[in-house]
Design a protein around this ligand. Sequence first.
Ligand SMILES: Cc1cc2nc3c(=O)[nH]c(=O)nc-3n(C[C@H](O)[C@H](O)[C@H](O)COP(=O)(O)OP(=O)(O)OC[C@H]3O[C@@H](n4cnc5c(N)ncnc54)[C@H](O)[C@@H]3O)c2cc1C
Length: 384
Amino acid sequence: MDFDFTEEQEMIRRTVRDFAEREMIPIARDNDRTETFPAETLRKMGPLGFMSGPVPEEYGGAGMDYISFAILVEEIGRADSSVRTTLSVHVSLVQMTILQWASEAQKRKYLPRLASGEWLGCFALTEPNAGSDAANQQTMALRDGDGWVLNGNKMFISNGGVANLAIVFAQTDRSLGHRGLAAFLVEKGTPGFSSRDIHGKLGLRSSNTAELIFENCRIPGDALMGQAGDGFKIAMAALDSGRFSVAAGSVGLCQACLDASKKYALERQQFGKPIANFQLVQELIADITTDTEAARLLVYRAGHLKTKGIRNTFETSLAKHFSTEAAMRCAYNAIQVHGGYGYLDEYPVERYWRDARVATIYEGTTQIQKLIIGRHVLGVSAFV
Ligand SMILES: Cc1cc2nc3c(=O)[nH]c(=O)nc-3n(C[C@H](O)[C@H](O)[C@H](O)COP(=O)(O)OP(=O)(O)OC[C@H]3O[C@@H](n4cnc5c(N)ncnc54)[C@H](O)[C@@H]3O)c2cc1C
């Protein structure tokens, strides 16, 4: 086992942290307050290779190994979870899914534009009545000559209102259940495809979340990814990829809580000395540190397996489950270290707490991660 980073990984951390300190942290609070989508920040991330992570160079990507990618996502997540969510969906759910499942022609058509950041992608699985039960898709894709016609609604889609390309899951034959699902690549501007932004979120207020609407939306035959019937497999593989990104981003959020709490504990004076001198404050710092380090190790282990191409659904779920719950605990403890000031948006910790909350819900709730972990350990199937 080797716990050392390579020179390149160290350099990626320095480069991303410099960028985040300069371009993201100074505007994160205002973007949160005003629900401003950080289009300009994302535009600057493209030429730095941040918008593609592990996508191979032959498709315009940065070709990172998964530890490097975890470092990238962690550092973006340390600065702003809204940007991190946009990035995680764009890279881990969209580009990595295209890389794994699309035809060569589809890869050549879409990956270079997505990898450079010229285009943004979104991943549309959830529906108003199909969340954890993702196989229960109501959106229909019916054959029409050499193409397909989509009808249905998608709910809570990150980047949905700003994306140029959507991966859309739909049922092709209800009698086949989850074996009838298919995944399609649908471009923005296709007649019959529209979106409606969702406002009033607790956190991730500067990320874009939208409802997608398909009304007799005709798409060509070559919009299908893989075979009709591959949809459920594609969705589950995509979530293995996406959960890793969410986990790495949550480690970044834990680290942000630690950095803010350490700084505040050393500065804030009560009873004539810095609160860092009080053992119960030291306990809060110790708890945040332990959660951060443990979450990071679980993420890096999953990343190590991903780089080696070894199956990692279990390890990725462990990392996602632990690090997202750890981020909640870290943010709670960070507010406690800050006392009443932690409750104001003058300090970033209240935003960390609001932003952390959704990571225990999206890409499979904590309960769903526990089912995956429990079933794996016990060797029982989901379909019994
Ligand atoms: C900000 C945000 C961004 C999102 N981005 C995307 C996106 O980009 N693309 C996308 O497709 N989706 C996205 N989602 C949707 C997200 O993945 C779903 O909200 C999530 O999967 C949960 O589904 P649900 O909300 O329908 O909750 P439900 O599935 O209705 O769950 C409600 C509760 O029941 C529990 N529950 C459900 N089934 C079981 C079970 N079998 N055993 C035990 N407990 C269970 C859940 O854990 C939860 O506590 C996003 C959501 C949010 C809030």
